[in-house]
Design a protein around this ligand. Sequence first.
Ligand code: GDP
Ligand code: MG
Length: 667
Amino acid sequence: MFICNNCLRFLRTSKNIRVVWKTTSFNHFRRSENSTIQVRPNRSFSSSPTVLAKSGDEIDLSRFSPENIRNFSIIAHVDHGKSTLADRLLEVTGTIPKNAKNQQVLDTLQVEKERGITVKAQTASLFHTHKGQTYLLNLIDTPGHVDFNYEVSRSLEACQGVVLLVDANQGVQAQTMANFFLAFERNLTVIPCLNKIDLYNAKPEMVLEQLNNVFDIEPDDVLKISAKVGTGVEDLLTTIIEKIPPPQGDRDKPLKCLMFDSQYDQYRGAVGNVLVMDGSVKKGDKIMSLFSRKSYEVQGTGILHPHEKLVNVLFAGQVGFIHANIKRISDFQVGDTFCHQKSPVEPLPGFKPAVPMVFAGIFPSDQSQLPVLKAAINKLTLNDSSVSINIENSAAIGQGWRLGFLGMLHMDVFCQRLEQEFGASVVITAPNVHYKVRIKGKKNIKSYGDELVDVLNPCKLPPMSIIEEFLEPMITATIVIPDQYLISVLSLCHSRRGEPHEQTYIDQQRMVIRCTFPLNEVLVDFYDELKSITSGYASFDYEDNGYRPSELVKVEFLINKLPVEEMTLISHVSRARLRGKEICVRLKELIPRQMTYVTIQAIIGNDIIAREDIKPIKKDVLAKCYGGDVTRKNKLLNKQAEYLKKLKQVGTVKIPKDTFVNVLRKK
Ligand code: GDP
Ligand code: MG
């Protein structure tokens, strides 16, 4: 989402919108030991022992009324240093000991460590003494990638302010804008920070100019920090306390608490991350979910510091977790309001549901594992509520689900988490977008139940003869590039049926292009190609832009004359032949040679539009490899058998299970 200066001026003059950063600001894990808090001795910024009075094994937070609480998120483009800043804030406040090994400590998931990115918003409660007062600071480290935007938007509901980080070398990027405006729409106080000022090639002046041009932020209002080295981090803490308003809330009112995130715990059931808006909640309280109307007894309350620490009571304005032995996952809904059973309150508005962009069939590799995969998906969606779920049956693969994701990276990460955190092994079908078709003929409309039919799975497309019109999902993309790449980027946009409609300079050399695309054209490899033609300098973000009529056709694929339903795709007529050909060629590369000839065909209706053949393997291909040694031969045969087990059978042809997704990616 990009707003030029003119629009900003308009927004500022508009009566409904309070421009918080001008008026107020710039003068404005997971599980571990449930042990007691470690209070460090006399560091000027460490927690004061007296405020963290303990009752039994639990911390007493009763001294932290809303005036002494600040709830904020760190937001930025990917890799601009959010998680590194979180590390420094944890160290400076004495929450974790200072250590060179503290690198992105809040990225606790295996997938985050392996990929080096944050995919899950993570809360940490810190204590910091400023001018003799100790404050409870709740920070939320957020992901920067567009696919995890729902994490950011939900986190912001539990905050009154944000720290907006901008890399002093890379400057304002696509997700800087998207995340800034998420905070802006919610009237949150924004503390802009230039990060990585330690870098030799940092260009602070250029970035300050961009911040001024794009967001109208005055250069003097921008803090200059290095999250890596720690420069300016203590000043930032002071600014957070002085500029971000405390949460509103009254602990004498009846309990009203917002659950903004959740996860599943094997022993405790669902655990909710909550912001207590009013009242207080403690172990033994009878609370009621306003979503399920069911009541539960609270088994424990705590904060993340950054590991779990039990507290005896959570009071108004505080962020923490509660668990109440909720084992039925369907009763748990992110965005839910909890109250005391005997004091019902008005439910909070909750969250706008996420709008999934990409749909794919997910099936267990082995059908006997269906219940295991079902349980795994249900538990994981507690921690990732942006995934939509529909049951699906495939003639070739069996029973499974059609899941909706916010993007391809989100889909990859979700499937990796299913495997890593729940031991599920899955087959994923080719991803596609959510089309709609308008049906003609009263009789047909009656049998489909509506004139407009949703098509989440291309092989469930109604017959072409009864389709009046196709509607395809559109997006508006924000692309930030150095201007020397403008011509090649525009030509890439045109090749993907993009319609650029706005080009604005944000400094002397960098520009923002706004372009409308059919979502289907950018889904899989657009960003990779954009990065490659701009030597990695482009950034990309997009937002939903409704539906538009389009000329589409169904392309089907046959392997040895047998249809491979999972490969069916819907394409624009102008690109259908090319896509059919490209996919046949990719399939030829991805399907291992078999004992017999394999024919791959792409068809539209009854027309064959492309064909590729895979030659058979010669009979005793292993003969040359073992040279008469029987043990070696057996070893090779075992390896081959193991490999073949991992393949999916289509007729007599065996296909590796990731073929359906890989086939859509360029090499
Ligand atoms: P995130 O995606 O915004 O959470 O970014 P990370 O915190 O994961 O940081 C991305 C990369 O930038 C890591 O390699 C960090 O070490 C590096 N980084 C973060 N802050 C700084 C900084 O102030 N200076 C330098 N030189 N590197 C930094
Ligand atoms: Mg991060």
